[in-house]
Design a protein around this ligand. Structure first.
Ligand code: SAH
Length: 217
């Protein structure tokens, strides 16, 4: 496997400085970006460009989100150490690792069996062994582990999944990109049972949140 070198650490510091210029201000989020070795999550053909602020294909038609998007969503979650966080769309596990660096408990769901298998095996090999991985449909959440303090959806959802709102604690936050072709980053705060407030941020581009498990070939 590729190593993590001083050169990579230097590139991460530059990336973190760039994200700060782009408006990310939470020092713990910037620290997490400086810590997680993003180059190890990429196919070797993209490895040289791992610390540029761009998305890359990770197989199965999916992408690892841009570092700015990961940092932006993580910042909006307003995480406190020890909180229970549900992530929809494990993908490469990069966002999962950033969440673990923030000191929270992570439950993450992926609907593509191949990605679920790869990432569940890979993350512990680089020291991220605390996440709980689930193969399933993120629209349904994880009722047996609910309620969650925070929920992060890392694929574009056409509408707000009701099951996810139900699995959020009162006072909890869900960050979800909403829309079809482009998505509006949306922060939902659950203010009471069956009540939430919505704040919208800028436009982002995600792969779609799809219904049901992908059974694969
Ligand atoms: N957080 C990931 C982003 C991956 S892209 C990363 O850092 O790499 C979004 C992921 O959401 C894809 O892997 C896709 O397969 C997954 N996905 C799409 N619909 C889903 C659903 N209903 N449930 C769970 N995962 C889903």
């Amino acid at each position: 496997m590729e190593k993590d070198t001083y050169r990579h650490k230097g590139l991460r510091r530059q990336l973190s400085a760039l994200l700060k210029e782009k408006g990310i201000s939470n020092p713990e989020v910037l620290k997490a970006i400086e810590t997680v070795p993003r180059h190890l999550f990429l196919n070797s053909s993209f490895i040289e460009r791992a610390y540029e602020d761009i998305a890359f294909p990770i197989g199965a038609g999916q992408t690892i989100s841009r570092p700015h998007t990961v940092a932006f969503q993580t910042e909006l979650l307003q995480l406190k150490k020890g909180e229970k966080v549900l992530e929809i769309g494990t993908g490469s596990g990069y966002q999962t690792s950033v969440l673990l660096e923030m000191g929270v408990k992570v439950f993450t769901i992926e609907r593509q069996k191949a990605l679920y298998d790869i990432t569940k095996t890979f993350l512990p090999t680089i020291g991220y062994s605390a996440a709980k991985f689930f193969y399933g449909d993120g629209y349904k959440g994880l009722p047996i582990f609910a309620p969650f303090d925070k929920i992060i959806v890392t694929a574009g959802a056409p509408t707000i999944p009701n099951d996810l709102l139900n699995q959020l604690k009162v006072g909890g936050i869900m960050v979800i990109p909403l829309g079809d072709k482009v998505q509006t980053m949306t922060l939902l705060t659950k203010t009471a049972e069956k009540k939430f407030e919505k704040v919208e941020f800028g436009e982002f581009k995600f792969v779609p949140l799809l219904e049901d498990k992908e059974w694969g070939a």
